[in-house]
Design a binder for this molecule. Structure first.
Ligand code: G1P
Length: 294
């Protein structure tokens, strides 16, 4: 099926205070899970979904993201001179080599919220619905965006968000669907609330960082008043468009790790290590009972 979703937006302007001091000099999106930075997993997912353009909404202090994402021909040439062909090839494969406008960096100078970040991408997107990927939400196993784009075409909802059911005491960390009715992997919803208190939450269907949004989202964001935390919330703009455009949650197949938290990063690292025979000895060593002191 041909995808109607031509643009992926990556909001990467956040200052990553939860990972200080590491993020003093390294953007959180470049922190690796084993040897691959979070941003690379997000890019791979967007490429698998067949998008034509990637728009990175970054911050002037985070130039390292641009250096990581874009091809570095000089570095590849020097590796080749030293006979390190394999490394040069691997870099070439992972890096984005912009052709025309297929990779765009734009800046969000002030931390005015996720909704504001998405609005910053407005002038750079291709016509039609757009995808938004939050690299902090690492989804391993079946890539989320390709299956979501396919489901999006079939449901006819204007806005689609990736969802998972969370325990009631965790609802205040997420956008939560309102009026949710689930059939199979699709949840039809009438709205969404950002980070409700457990007793006020309309459901336990939580939004994780993958969105496919009707282009009308930009109009809604342009007039969106600040919400939770005094920020322009993407959740609020989606909720406003829900009635007109339709809103659906999509229960994805992969496993999601909250890599905005240290425990989540560790879980993701251990999850990948457990699947790689190269690390079997290390993991066995770590889980063996500690030797008794003499
Ligand atoms: C953002 C969104 C929230 C969503 C969450 C998923 O919150 O505002 O609706 O549920 O991402 O990770 P953040 O975690 O950036 O505070």
């Amino acid at each position: 099926m041909s995808t109607p979703v031509r643009t992926a937006i990556f909001p990467v302007a956040g200052l990553g205070t939860r990972f200080l001091p590491a993020t003093k000099a390294t953007p959180k999106e470049l922190l690796p899970v084993i040897d691959t930075p979070l941003i690379q997993y997000a890019i791979d997912e967007a490429q698998a979904a067949g998008v034509e353009r990637m728009v990175f909404v970054s911050h002037p202090s985070k130039g390292a993201i641009e250096r990581y994402v874009l091809d570095d021909a000089a570095l590849r040439a020097s590796l080749r001179e030293k006979g390190k062909e394999d490394l040069a090839d691997a870099l070439r494969e992972a890096a984005l080599c912009p052709r025309g406008d297929d990779v765009v960096f734009t800046m969000q100078d002030e931390p005015l919220g996720l909704g504001h970040a998405v609005l910053c991408a407005r002038d750079h997107v291709l016509p039609g619905p757009v995808a938004v990927i939050l690299p902090d939400d690492l989804i391993l196993g079946t890539p989320c965006l390709p299956e979501m784009v396919e489901a999006y075409g079939a449901t006819g909802a204007g806005h689609m968000v990736a969802t998972m059911t969370v325990p009631r005491d965790e609802v205040s960390k997420y956008g939560i669907l309102d009026g949710a009715e689930t059939a199979g992997r699709i949840t039809r919803a009438s709205g969404m609330v950002e980070k409700p208190a457990p007793e006020a939450a309309p459901s336990r269907e939580a939004v994780v960082g993958r969105y496919v949004l009707d282009a009308s989202i930009f109009e809604a964001l342009a007039t969106q008043e600040p919400g939770a935390g005094g920020e322009i919330q993407l959740t609020d703009a989606i909720a406003r468009g829900a009635e007109r455009s339709g809103l659906a949650g999509f229960r994805f197949s992969g496993t999601r790790f909250d890599c905005g938290s240290k425990a989540g990063m560790l879980r993701a690292t251990l999850h990948l290590a457990a699947q790689d025979p190269d690390y079997a000895d290390v993991l066995a060593e770590m889980s063996a009972p500690a030797p008794r002191a003499a």
